[in-house]
Write a protein that binds this ligand. Structure first.
Ligand code: SAM
Length: 269
């Protein structure tokens, strides 16, 4: 992808996320998160991600989270004995919330405001790289994204991606017939988002226009391998990690894949 196009997309996405930040940093839910962060053993990681991380002998390992948002998941890693060292996100307003959460938890990870495609050279290398729900879809260029991500891993370090299954992206729960595919699995065009971005499935009015992408599982795996990482496991799940309106696709006899977890390893230097 041409650099100018990529930069225009990431700048638009930054504005879209920045505009939504105030909605996430106030109200009862935010207060509860802040209070919980101060409790020993705080974690927002679900049972699946926790179990996967435990297989990686996590105690004492250093971690970076790419697209860390308000750092609630980065901070949660401490409950597994992992050292949450670096969170990267281009939305500074969310990182400001992350600093509040980290302070409540008695932690001080470095929270870096930066576009993942334009990182400083000297960030260090980490035993664990974490990417969780809702990051890959904002990436206009998977190859560049994985190249950068792989460069943050120490030799022997693991990358864990726990994300929405791309197959689920074909469906829109708000459509009149939500079980009919609304998007092609192979859609290449960016999809614009004009509503303020939240996770509750409700409308919060117009925000800044951002652009997201459907990447097939094959494209994700290929970009990962081409970045020099070895794939350790790729597990697909029927459980949802999406907004509540996607619950209609879960717990069915004819179950579609809704999430996946990919573990890759930097076997080189
Ligand atoms: C859906 S949120 C991640 C939420 C997180 N998984 C959680 O559950 O708390 C996606 C994040 O990716 C960030 N992001 C999107 N494009 C980015 C880019 N090019 N560089 C850095 N961060 C980016 C956004 O600012 C946003 O905070």
């Amino acid at each position: 992808m041409v650099d100018d196009t990529r930069q225009a997309i990431t700048a638009a996405n930054k504005a879209a996320w920045q505009a939504s930040a105030p909605l996430h940093g106030r109200g009862a839910q935010w207060q509860r998160l802040l209070e919980n962060a101060a409790r020993p053993g705080f974690s927002v990681l679900d049972a699946q991600l926790t179990a996967t991380l435990k297989t990686l002998d996590p105690d004492g390992k250093s971690a970076v989270q790419i697209g860390c948002n308000n750092a609630r998941e980065l901070i949660s890693l401490a409950a597994l004995g992992i050292r949450p060292e670096l969170g990267i996100d281009q939305a500074g307003a969310f990182l400001a919330q992350g600093r509040q959460l980290a302070e409540a938890a008695g932690l001080a990870p470095r929270l870096l405001e930066a576009d993942i495609y334009d990182l400083p050279d000297d960030l260090g290398r980490f035993d664990l790289g974490l990417i969780t729900i809702g990051v890959l879809n904002w990436m206009p260029d998977l190859a560049g994204f994985f190249r950068t991500t792989a460069g943050l891993l120490a030799p022997g370090g693991h990358l864990v991606i726990y994300e929405t299954h791309p197959f689920l992206e074909m469906f829109d729960p708000e459509e009149e017939r939500p079980f009919e595919p609304a998007f092609s699995y192979f859609e290449r065009r960016p999809q614009s988002v004009t509503e303020t971005i939240t996770y509750d499935g409700k409308s919060h009015g117009q925000g800044e226009t951002g652009y997201w992408f459907i990447h097939t599982l094959g494209e994700i795996v290929t970009a990962c391998v081409r970045s020099g990482l070895d794939i350790v496991t790729l597990e697909e799940f029927g459980h949802t990690i999406r907004e509540p309106d996607y619950d209609i696709y879960a717990g069915r006899d004819a179950q579609i894949p809704m999430s996946y977890c990919l573990v890759a390893r930097n076997a080189r230097g």
